[in-house]
Design a protein around this ligand. Structure first.
Ligand code: GLU
Length: 441
C-alpha cells in the first residue's frame, strides 16, 4: 500500500518552526516509501482564515522544498461534509444540542464538584421530537455532537507512543457542527482523510485526545482508521513551550541567513535518537526517517544549533545551488575558495569584494614594507598556472628566513586587508597576478 500523508495547516497564521517540523515529518514519511504527501488547507473557519496566509503557506513549503503532490481546501468541500453528515444523522451518530457556553461551564463545575469527569452529560439525548420542534418554533437552532459509542473501547497502536487505550465514557461527545451550520475541525478532518486516502496521520501530541474521538468517527463512517503517530511537542532550548517558537517562521529565518537545508536537517532529527548532522540532501534524510527513533520527551529547538548547522551546510552547498544568491562575477572557483569561511551565504559578497578590491592598504612598519616589495617582485616572476601561493611563500621563506606569522601575515594583510580569511592558496589566483602585485607593492 502506498503511504499517503497530509499536512493540514489552518491558514489563520503563518507557518512556524513547530508546524514546519510536522510538514517535514509528513513529507519524509511519505517520501521514504515513494508515497504521496498532500497539503490540506483547513479553512473551515471563514472568519479567521486568510487568503494571504494560504499563499504564504504554499510559498514557505516551496522554499523548503516540501512540494505537495496534491492540495485540497476544506472550504471547497462543504457538499461532501453535508453528505457524510446526513449519513451520521440517519445512523443516529450525531445529535442536536442547545446548551449555551455558560450552561456548559456550569455543568462542568458541578460535575467537578461531585468528583465526576467534566464531560458533557448528554442531557440533549433526552429531548423528544416535540422538544426539538418547540425549540425550532422559537427560532433556536441546534448545534450537533458526535455520539461516541460507549461500548467500544478506543484503541490504536501509535507509531510513536505505542499502544493507546481510551474509555469513551471518559470523553465528551465532541461538537462537530455549530448552530449556524459551520463545521468544527474534528469531523471534516476525518471525512477528508478518508476521501483523500490518507494512510498515516502524523501530528503533534496535542491531538491525542482528538484522535481518540476521530477513531470512532472513521468507524462510524464505515472506514478503517489510518495509522496514527503523535510526536512530542517542540520546545525552546530552555525546555519550555516558547512564545518565540510559535512565531518564528520562514521569513525571519530566511532573513537571518538560514538555508532550508539547515532547518530541515535539524528538524528531521530533533527529538529522535538519531544525531543531528549537516545532511543537505532531503532524499538522504527521508531514507533514514523512522518513527521508531522518536522519543517521548519534548524536542528542544536551539537557534544557536541551527546557526552552527547552517554553517556546516553552507560549506557543502554546490555552486549550482547558490549561484543566484552570489555577487555578480563570482564563479565556481570563487565559491569554492570562499565557501569554507561562511556562516551564511550572504557573507559571500563581503569576501568577493576582497577578491575584486579595492582593499585598504595594510598599515605596516618599514621592515614589513620592504618584505612586501620583495614579495611583489617574486610574485611577478612566478608561473601562475602552478601553485602560486606555495611557490611564493616557499621562495620568500628561503630568501628572508622568515617563517610562521612573520612570513604569512604581512602577505595576507596586504593582499586582503584582513588578518583572517579564506585559504590564500585559493584566494590568490582569484585576485590575479596584476592586482596581487599591485597590492603587495
Ligand atoms: N488544522 C489542524 C491543525 O492545524 C490539523 C490537525 C491534523 O493534523 O489533523 O491543528
Amino acid at each position: 500500500m502506498t503511504t499517503v500523508t497530509r499536512f493540514a495547516p489552518s491558514p489563520t497564521g503563518l507557518l512556524h518552526v513547530g508546524n514546519i517540523r510536522t510538514a517535514l515529518h509528513n513529507w519524509l514519511l511519505a517520501k521514504r516509501g515513494g508515497g504521496r504527501f498532500l497539503l490540506r488547507i483547513d479553512d473551515t473557519d471563514a472568519e479567521r482564515s486568510r487568503e494571504d496566509h494560504v499563499t504564504a503557506i504554499r510559498a514557505d513549503l516551496a522554499w523548503l522544498g516540501l512540494v505537495p503532490d496534491g492540495e485540497e481546501r476544506q472550504s471547497a468541500r462543504f457538499a461532501l461534509y453535508e453528505r457524510e453528515f446526513e449519513r451520521l444523522v440517519a445512523a443516529g451518530r450525531v445529535y442536536r444540542c442547545y446548551e449555551t457556553a455558560q450552561e456548559l461551564e456550569l455543568k462542568r463545575k458541578v460535575r467537578l464538584g461531585r468528583g465526576l469527569p467534566p464531560v458533557y452529560d448528554r442531557a440533549a439525548l433526552e429531548l423528544s421530537e416535540a422538544d426539538h420542534a418547540a425549540r425550532a418554533a422559537a427560532g433556536e437552532a441546534p448545534h450537533w455532537r458526535f455520539k461516541l459509542d460507549h461500548a467500544e473501547t478506543i484503541t490504536w497502536d501509535d507509531g510513536i507512543r505505542g499502544p493507546q487505550r481510551f474509555d469513551p465514557a471518559q470523553l465528551s461527545d465532541p461538537v462537530v457542527r455549530r448552530a449556524d451550520g459551520s463545521w468544527l475541525y474534528m469531523l471534516p478532518s476525518v471525512i477528508d482523510d478518508i476521501a483523500m486516502g490518507v494512510t498515516q496521520v502524523l501530528r503533534g501530541e496535542d491531538h491525542v485526545s482528538n484522535t481518540a474521538v476521530q477513531v470512532q468517527m472513521f468507524t462510524a463512517l464505515g472506514a478503517v482508521p489510518p495509522a496514527f503517530a503523535h510526536e512530542a511537542l517542540l520546545v525552546g532550548s530552555e525546555g519550555k513551550l516558547s512564545k518565540r517558537l510559535g512565531s518564528l517562521g520562514v521569513a525571519e529565518l530566511r532573513a537571518a541567513g538560514i538555508e532550508p537545508e539547515a532547518l530541515l536537517a535539524l528538524l528531521a532529527r530533533l527529538g529522535t535518537s538519531q544525531p543531528v548532522e549537516p545532511v543537505a540532501d532531503r532524499a538522504a534524510l527521508a531514507a533514514g526517517f523512522d518513527l521508531a527513533t522518536f522519543g517521548r520527551a519534548p524536542a528542544r529547538f536551539d537557534e544557536a544549533e541551527l546557526h552552527r548547522l547552517n554553517a556546516q551546510i553552507v560549506h557543502q552547498l554546490p555552486f549550482a545551488r547558490v549561484a543566484h544568491l552570489l555577487p555578480a562575477g563570482m564563479d565556481e572557483a570563487g565559491w569554492a575558495a570562499i565557501r569554507p569561511n561562511l556562516a551564511h551565504i550572504g557573507e559571500a559578497a563581503d569576501w568577493w569584494q576582497v577578491v575584486t578590491g579595492p582593499v585598504a592598504p595594510a598599515d605596516l612598519g618599514d621592515e614589513d614594507r620592504a618584505y612586501l616589495a620583495e614579495a611583489a617582485a617574486v610574485l611577478a616572476g612566478l608561473d601562475w598556472s602552478a601553485e602560486v601561493w606555495k611557490d611564493l611563500t616557499g621562495t620568500l621563506k628561503a630568501r628572508t628566513g622568515r617563517k610562521g606569522k612573520a612570513l604569512f601575515l604581512p602577505l595576507r594583510l596586504a593582499l586582503t586587508g584582513r588578518e583572517h580569511g579564506p585559504d590564500m592558496a585559493a584566494l590568490l589566483p582569484l585576485i590575479g597576478r596584476e592586482e596581487a602585485v599591485r597590492r603587495l607593492a
